[in-house]
Structure formats: structure tokens, C-alpha cells
Design a protein around this ligand. Sequence first.
Ligand code: PNS
Length: 162
Amino acid sequence: MAIAVYPGSFDPITKGHMDIVERAAQIFDELIVAVVHNPSKKPLFTMEERVEMIRVASQHLTNVTVKSFSGLLVDFAKKEKANAIVRGLRAVSDFEIEFQMALMNKTLYPQAETVFLATTTDYAFISSSMVKEVASFGGDVQEYLPPIVQERMAEKYGKKGT
Ligand code: PNS
């Protein structure tokens, strides 16, 4: 059985991420969206909020589960018996760091292959950090977000972000 982990900060999940989730869910038998707990970053949304938003956004996908993890991604992948790690690639600028991570993860846990999916061109330029910055200054970012995230962003920023 092909089990894949799709790791990330997902602060918050965007339509770009959801595009990768939907496509990966068609390729693998099981897809685990894995939200990282990174003590050195201060996220806008709590772990619980991020996990809940992804659960709601992916509830139509029966082979997708959402979990959180701390520590090394490969340790989580091993625990979940995953044989693949999925990452989305937006632009060439993503490639260098993603390539480094893929090689390091392969060294640490050879049983899991990193699989890159190219983001759809519609969302190639968006990122969670850009969405948060624009929303924080009152810009409209709703079209880049799943409905549940649109609601949560509106709650965070009041009228802004809507
Ligand atoms: O959405 P992001 O922030 O680009 O995701 C980065 C992520 C979560 C994939 C990466 O930071 C990660 O794997 N963190 C867990 C710790 C770890 O395994 N680090 C070594 C990676 S080679």
C-alpha cells in the first residue's frame, strides 16, 4: 500500500496546498497531511486551528487524514509507515532548499521517496506568508483560500482579509 506524508507549516492552508492535497490523494492509497510543530516559529494559527482547517477543507477526500508532528519528518514518516513524502514546487526558487531536504531525508530514511508535484499555474505565486502579510494590511486574499480559512482569517483580521 502506498502511504504518503505531505508535511508543512500550513499557517494557514491555501488553495495552492489544497491543489497538491487533491492530486496526491489520487496518486496514493493514503495521504497524511502532517502539520509541523516548529518551536522556533511563531505561527498565526495554533496547531489545533491549522489541523481543524485542513480537516474541514479536505473532508470530501476519504483517503486523507490530518496529523501533527514535532521533531524530524523522517521519524514521523517511519512511525506512519509512509513510503513517500510529497512536496509542492512552485518555482525554481523553491528547488534548492527542497532538493537539500529531499536528499537529507533520503539519507536519514531511504524507504521514503520524496515526490514533487508542480503547483498549478493559478496558484504558483502564492504562499501562506504572503497571504498573511497582505491580509494583515487589509488586502483581499480570499480567492486564494479554502472557505473555512477565509472565515478564520476574517475572524483574525476583522473586516480586513475579507
Ligand atoms: O511548509 P514548510 O514550512 O515549507 O514545511 C517545511 C517542513 C515542515 C517540510 C520542514 O521544515 C520539515 O520537514 N520540518 C521537520 C523537521 C525536519 O525533519 N527537518 C529536517 C528536514 S531535512
